[in-house]
Design a protein around this ligand. Structure first.
Ligand code: DAH
Length: 382
């Protein structure tokens, strides 16, 4: 800004010369008219009406004029700035109108077009139910463990105390897997049963993998698919889902197993539901038991009451859940865990069976065929 001008001569204040002001105004108006879109107009505005624009700088010079000259210069600059800001406003409105019209055409949506005919998928109820079981245990500090579906025979049987001649091997109808050129493949001698590789028949081999992998204390929950050579019918499927639990620590007893089972069924089926254990045999647990839970619908009230039959438990009062027991010391030894110091409990059950009685699913095939008309009523948990 120029210093106070005592001997006034407006010609000396270059920025305030009428022709300079006019030129600045004309340039500004031309630039406004030439701005082709809102972005360009924003730049024009900064250059010709912003704080550093020629007219704004001229305006500041007015302060340096003596009082009697201020009015004249002020009027000239004010009119020029007014004209520019008026032009900017008009062009802004024009360009906005143009943009709105263009957007209406470009982004038009034809609401009469057919909608997306492929509905978003839903997670399968088997998955969501397995996860609900996992959540119960994760909340207690258990870790989720997984193992391969194609498994070495040793993990699936031997390490679980199911020796080569053990009858349990034939009780679990096993798919044997062989690779190209391996026994059982074409002319190669031997049968696939010599390959040493199976599709796991249960999730119990994950117990072995876990114990070989981690130092006790071990608390894991292992959901997964298992395979048996069953035909698909209303009550069987060759591929099904199990959840396995393994806890190995110092001082674990059957009471811990029972408390854990009771907690699980209460969380999954509601207050008042508890379990009972019936003696059974599994090679990998000793002692072993079959676990039942009180029918969560009739709570046993239907037993001996022919007037109030219960479809869920067939009026038996109890529902069979799966197998369980204290980990056989031979299993601990096979995994390098000292059975003198550690004990453990385990259980395993089938998710499909649990779903069948929990949701009155009558045909196993509904659960494996992937028809969304079956899946949808379970909710669209994505
Ligand atoms: N693996 C057994 C089966 O598929 C089920 C089972 C029984 C699992 C007892 C266990 C257990 O962990 O302790 O038939």
């Amino acid at each position: 800004m120029s210093a106070p001008n005592k001997s006034y001569d407006p010609v000396e204040v270059e920025a305030l010369k009428p022709e300079v002001i006019d030129r600045a105004k004309d340039e500004a108006l031309a630039a406004v008219a030439a701005a082709g879109d809102l972005e360009a107009l924003r730049e024009v505005k900064a250059a010709h009406a912003g704080d550093r624009s020629p007219l704004a700088l001229a305006n500041r010079e007015i302060g340096a004029l003596p009082p009697h000259a201020k009015a004249d210069a002020g009027k000239r600059v004010g009119q020029a700035r007014g004209a520019v800001s008026q032009a900017l406003k008009q062009r802004q409105e024009e360009l906005e109108r143009e943009r709105d019209e263009r957007v209406l055409v470009e982004e038009a949506v034809d609401v009469t077009l057919p909608y997306d005919r492929l509905p978003a998928g839903a997670r399968h109820p088997l998955t969501t139910f397995s996860e609900r079981v996992e959540d119960v245990f994760v909340a207690m500090g258990y870790a989720v463990a997984e193992g391969p579906e194609t498994e070495a025979e040793w993990f699936n049987f031997d390490a679980l105390n199911i020796g080569p001649d053990h009858p349990a091997r034939t009780m679990q109808d096993t798919f044997f897997v062989r690779g190209p050129g391996e026994p059982g493949d074409g002319d190669a001698p031997g049968s696939a049963e010599d390959s040493g590789v199976v599709l796991r028949t249960h999730t119990s081999p994950v117990q072995i993998r876990t114990l070989l992998d981690r130092e006790p204390p071990v608390y894991v929950i292992c959901p997964g698919r298992v395979f048996r050579t069953d035909e698909l019918d209303a009550t069987h499927t060759p591929v099904f889902t199990q959840v396995e639990l393994l806890a190995v620590d110092e001082g674990l007893t059957m009471a811990d197993l029972k408390g854990t089972l009771d907690h699980m069924v209460r969380e999954l089926f509601g207050e008042g539901v508890h379990t009972r254990l019936r003696p059974n045999y599994f090679p990998f647990t000793e002692p072993s038991a079959e676990m039942d839970m009180v029918c969560y619908r009739c709570h046993g009230a239907s037993v001996g009451d022919p007037d109030n039959p219960c479809r869920t438990c067939s009026s038996e009062g109890w529902i069979e859940l799966g197998g369980c027991g204290m980990v056989n010391p031979r299993v601990l030894t096979a995994c390098g865990v000292d059975p003198e110091r550690y004990s453990g409990f385990a259980f395993g059950f089938g998710i499909e069976r649990m779903m069948m009685f929990r949701h009155n699913v009558e045909d196993m095939r509904d659960m494996v065929e992937g028809d969304v008309r079956f899946t949808r009523p379970f909710g669209m948990e994505i």
